[in-house]
Design a protein around this ligand. Sequence first.
Ligand code: HEM
Length: 397
Amino acid sequence: MDKAERYANIIPMHELDTKEKRLQPFPIYNWLRQATPVRYDESRNCWDVFLYEDVHRILKDPATFSSVRMLSVMETLLTTDPPRHTQLRALVNKAFTPKVVNDLAPHILSITEELLDAVRKSGRMDAVHDLAVPLPVIVIAELLGVPPKDRYLFKEWSDILVKGPDVNTDEAFLNVMAEKTQAMKELNQYFAAIAAERRQAPKEDLITLLLEAEIDGVKLNEEEVLGFCILLLAAGNETTTNLITNALRRLTEDTGLQQQLREQPELVSSFIEEVLRYYPPIQAIGRVVTQDVEVHGTAIKAGEQVVSWVASANRDEAKFQEPDQFIIDRKPNAHLSFGFGTHFCLGAPLARLEGQIVIKHLLEHLDSIEFISGLELDYIQSPFVYGVKQFPVSFKE
Ligand code: HEM
């Protein structure tokens, strides 16, 4: 593996070199959009793209900007291009139709109630540990058909899959890659055992659906089925956890929002969209260029890696009015936090629904939700994921 293949997707951008900047990177993106809208970063061996129109164009054009990544720990939907991608996507689209997702609402609410009941007497919780982590894991585990009690294992595995080294050295890189390889091995073994059980005794779950699914009369092979399971687990959890935590972060940074949403609960869905734009759980999306191309007048060669900074595009003043203002009923709000085009997030309707149900429920049942000061916030150690490790809040009933 040479250097060009190695760094882009795993090493954090060198501008984000302090805790403060990792927690609030947006002024840096504003500056980078002005100073170097498209630039080559030698330390990470990739191109960075910061403007909305360029990010949008890249995501829209999979023929030139491919998802078949050189550095990947698994081959799945996320790392294939059409036409294979189109076939794979059609298989799982069935499991995530708006109807299927909306039917989950009462169940999502009852899990939320249970999680909140477990902490409400104490008047405080760590929003990450007590709520934002377990909720999406329980939902996706049940959809897939794996025991929700294994959720602590899933959390450990998905943390490792999104992790990047905090120092840019070969040793740190290799250590993280070794951890990822080990986590993938364990995940593969875990799902292989469940797949073997379902082959013997099929159930009404996603794993059984994947095992039985056919593309042009051909079943998915074992590796593809396991890849799907791991993708759904990894793509759906860390991201939704951060959506929920980032939403609570906004509500405690500006407590007026709590009041407003209590008075106008119909604004919860646009509030969640604005949280997605303002604090996107995934900050950037990687692609590999298939043919020499120009982006914003800059020549990029076939084979080079491009990182599209969604978190910057979402604050681009050429697209959004007053982009650094949090506007609870912003319309239109064409943020790119779920990507765009071919790879647009499969789980977006589910993530939105979970975010809306949790926030509505908390505001209906709790008063004055406040961040418990004293604990210093710490960011998640990942080049692309945006969120905090813990978020302690107090509340009144
Ligand atoms: C794709 C973000 C929740 C499953 C994506 C992409 C983004 C994204 C940016 C596009 C990646 C690319 O273009 O390369 C998010 C965010 C979420 C979230 C911010 C929560 C707030 C979920 C959930 C699931 C899920 C809950 C599953 C249950 C997927 C899958 C893909 C994907 C399978 C690949 C789609 C494809 O390649 O066709 N997500 N996601 N995501 N997401 Fe999500």
